[in-house]
Design a protein around this ligand. Structure first.
Ligand SMILES: *Cc1c(COP(=O)(O)O)cnc(C)c1O
Length: 498
């Protein structure tokens, strides 16, 4: 399987190279040249397969330049009982008639990013070995929370790779900060940066583009790379759980062979829902994709009008991992839905860069509307949903999952038929415990973030996720901090370069 650029500006490459490069050097994203297809028999028979077996089937199709034994090795290291404490990695539970919740947060950091970031570092390491790459890879991550810790856990102790995570000193919660600064591993570095997330992210982006600095570290035997969701190596692992979830519904006789389901995804960067779309293109029977947004509803507006318009305020919400205005993976989706029309992608993304907006043509908009629905949930709706779901089902959901559930309810009001739905639960409720406790309106007002975990535990009886338990009692391993203007110096210091 070869990978091509969404902008038509790069020669086709093998999967290992696409993963090593991250994004197309001249701009654009790598996508598979052709989407592989599973027969309905194959999909039906997945009900008898384990998560690891389904993983191998999916990865073999997309990563055909990897040996089967290499993929098996990566899968074994990522998807095991040590990393994921639940049978089947991502259990699907029945909330109500036809409503199924896929819990994607049983990994080491309590957010769905683990599903991909536990596997991707192993895929990258194999890619480096295949290329007989002699440099040591340094992963740079700017994070506002979830990605940083998930990347640290994924890359921890992977030979030949170091990871440096920068987070805004004022921009993450105490729990998120403690999750990062207590990370073990001999190749992990965590730096608090003075300033907000945008300043932190922009400074790191500048470093990727800084030629002089890149050649300086290259002479010392290092090469920068990134671990964010524009890398195909982060997207492909996410396709697996959609097949696994469908298989689980088959196994439980909820659906019959070939029966269509709805899929609802709380969306930010459009990575998770795009993975679901690839599963559909591979043959997964899907009726509609419900793209759920919070008050930053640029995708809802786009799916309704065909116009993607950045001219709007950025709103800080209680579902911060979805507070995104530029959904990077939408570019891949548009490339796919237009039948690989790089000219259109170039035009639209030039418009976005130059005018802050683009509008797709009507035939494309209609085609998307045939399979995608966009809706959003306000802050009040999100809080009410957390409260109501707990009251009605005795089940605690986090703020992102609540957005998904609320949006699904709105969509279902206009639905004539009864179609089973899988709603992605993207974070464990304890990860966003303050907002969850507030939403329950119990009148209890615990202020200390670590104490809130215990309060929530007493109210709900739900176990505190192991990643968040006793965090305040663990040893802090990382004390680095710097100013945005000193990030280069900090990197040189870490890499021992004068
Ligand atoms: C990253 C994240 C999302 C958004 O996922 P995308 O793939 O960026 O659309 C949603 N919820 C949580 C908890 C996340 O961490």
């Amino acid at each position: 399987m070869k990978y091509i650029s969404t902008r038509g500006n790069y020669q086709p490459v093998e999967a290992a190279q696409a993963i090593r490069l991250g994004m197309v050097p001249a701009g654009g994203l790598f996508v598979p040249e052709k989407v592989p297809i599973f027969s309905q028999d194959t999909i039906y028979n997945m009900k008898d397969n384990t998560y690891q077996e389904i993983a191998l089937m999916v990865l073999e199709e997309f990563l055909s330049d990897y040996q089967e034994s290499e993929l098996e090795d990566c899968i074994r290291k990522a998807y095991n009982e040590k990393n994921f404490t639940s049978d089947g990695m991502a259990p699907v539970l029945n909330l109500d008639d036809n409503i199924y919740i896929m819990e994607l947060w049983h990994g080491p950091t309590a957010a769905f990013k683990d599903m991909a970031l536990q596997l991707m570092p192993h895929l990258l390491l194999k890619a480096l070995q295949k290329a007989e790459f002699s440099k040591e890879v340094v992963i740079l991550v700017a994070t506002s929370g979830d990605t940083g810790k998930a990347a640290l856990e994924g890359f921890k102790d992977i030979p030949g790779i170091r990871i440096i995570v920068f987070y805004p000193a004022e921009g993450v919660s105490k729990i998120q900060e403690a999750q990062m600064t207590t990370t073990t591993g001999s190749n992990t570095y965590v730096v608090a940066v003075e300033g907000n997330f945008d300043e932190c992210q922009n400074s790191v982006k500048e470093i990727f583009a800084d030629r002089d600095f890149n050649s300086l570290i290259s002479r010392q035997g290092y090469q920068f790379s990134s671990a964010n969701s524009i890398n195909w190596g982060r997207l492909v692992p996410q396709i697996i759980y959609y097949f696994a979830a469908y298989a689980s519904l088959l196994r439980d006789d909820v659906i019959s062979k070939g029966q269509k389901i709805d899929i609802t995804v709380p969306t930010g960067n459009f990575g998770n829902i795009l993975a679901a779309y690839y599963a559909y293109r591979m043959g997964l029977p899907v009726h509609k994709f419900v793209c759920a947004s919070n008050d930053n509803k640029i995708l809802t507006d786009f799916l309704r009008t065909g116009e993607y318009n950045l001219e709007r305020d950025f709103i800080k919400t209680i579902s911060p991992s979805m507070d995104i205005l530029i959904s990077s993976n939408l570019e891949r989706f548009l490339f796919e839905i237009t039948g690989h029309n790089a000219d259109k992608i170039n035009k639209w993304y030039d418009d976005l860069k130059n005018k802050g907006c683009f509008k797709i043509d009507d035939p494309t908009r209609k085609k998307i509307a045939g399979i995608f629905v966009g809706e959003y949930a306000s802050e009040t709706e999100t809080k009410n949903t957390i409260k109501k779901v707990f009251r009605d089902y005795n089940y605690l959901v986090d703020t992102h999952t609540a957005v998904g559930i609320r949006v699904y309810q709105k969509y279902r009001q206009n639905l004539a038929e009864d179609i089973p739905v899988i709603i992605d639960s993207t974070a464990n409720p304890y990860k966003f415990s303050k907002a969850v406790l507030d939403s329950l309106e119990t009148g209890i007002n615990t202020v200390n973030e670590f104490a809130i975990l215990d309060t929530l535990n007493k109210i709900s009886g739900q176990d505190i996720h192991r990643a968040l338990k006793d965090l305040d009692k663990q040893e802090i391993k990382h004390y680095r901090n710097c100013d945005t203007s000193k990030i280069r110096k900090e990197i040189k210091d870490i890499l021992n370069i004068n």
